[in-house]
Design a protein. Structure first.
Lengths: 113, 115
């Protein structure tokens, strides 16, 4: 079945430093989504990428979808303490009826003030 | 502000007891998902429904877990009998299909502790 690998598992950064998490799928995806889960909270949808090579920005967050639609990355510029949490990528398969998302295990970001 | 609601938010029970978790999806959403989250395994998909019909429950231990959608406003996840290894956070999410792709909206979760 489809597998989604995410690295690193943990990342500790000094406030103001940049942060990047990477996501790789074993199969070609129709789209990839990113979610953020604050400590003690629930995953919250951030963004969806659909097109090959797509790049989207949300303020200090930059999301990329690979050309082969099998990998993605999330980059945060100049991290802030409000960025603390676990970031999940979730891939949706490209086969017919592939409704379910396969989540990576997440990257837990800690920001040291 | 439409949200997925889940009850109870916290549940402590003893091994062998039945546990029922409830979810109210966002009105108009036609897909419902149940996930289990633990430190070791991360987010695991247990079951999902589309238009109230079960599409996939392969991630769910069949002998003790069951998931149903008695109507469009209610999804349930039952564990009988519960075991300590079932201790986890159980999330319900509802989905909206747009152009064939789906975004999921998670509820606050039920934090289950089985002693």
């Amino acid at each position: 079945g489809q597998q989604v690998m995410q690295i690193p598992q943990y990342q500790h950064v000094q406030e103001g430093e940049d942060f990047t998490t990477y996501c790789n799928s074993s199969t070609t995806l129709s789209n990839i989504q990113w979610y953020k889960q604050r400590p003690g909270g629930h995953p919250v949808f951030l963004i969806q990428l659909v097109k090959s090579g797509e790049v989207k920005k949300q303020k200090r967050l930059t999301f990329q979808f690979g050309e082969a639609k099998k990998n993605s990355s999330l980059h945060i510029t100049a991290t802030q303490t409000t960025d603390v949490g676990t970031y999940f990528c979730a891939g949706q398969g490209s086969g017919a009826g592939s409704y379910q998302l396969t989540f990576g295990k997440g990257t837990k970001l800690s920001v040291i003030p | 502000d439409a949200r997925v609601t889940q009850t109870p938010r916290h549940k402590v029970t003893e091994m062998g007891q039945e546990v029922t978790m409830r979810c109210q999806p966002i009105l108009g959403h036609n897909t419902v998902f149940w996930y289990r989250q633990t430190m070791m395994q991360g987010l695991e998909l247990l079951a999902y429904f589309r238009n109230r019909a079960p599409l996939d429950d392969s991630g769910m231990p069949k002998d003790r877990f069951s998931a149903e959608m008695p109507d469009a406003t209610l999804a349930t996840l039952k564990i009988q009998p519960s075991e300590p290894r079932d201790s986890a956070v159980y999330f319900c999410a509802s989905g909206l299909v747009l152009a064939g792709w789906e975004t999921q909206y998670f509820g606050p979760g039920t934090r289950l502790l089985v002693l």
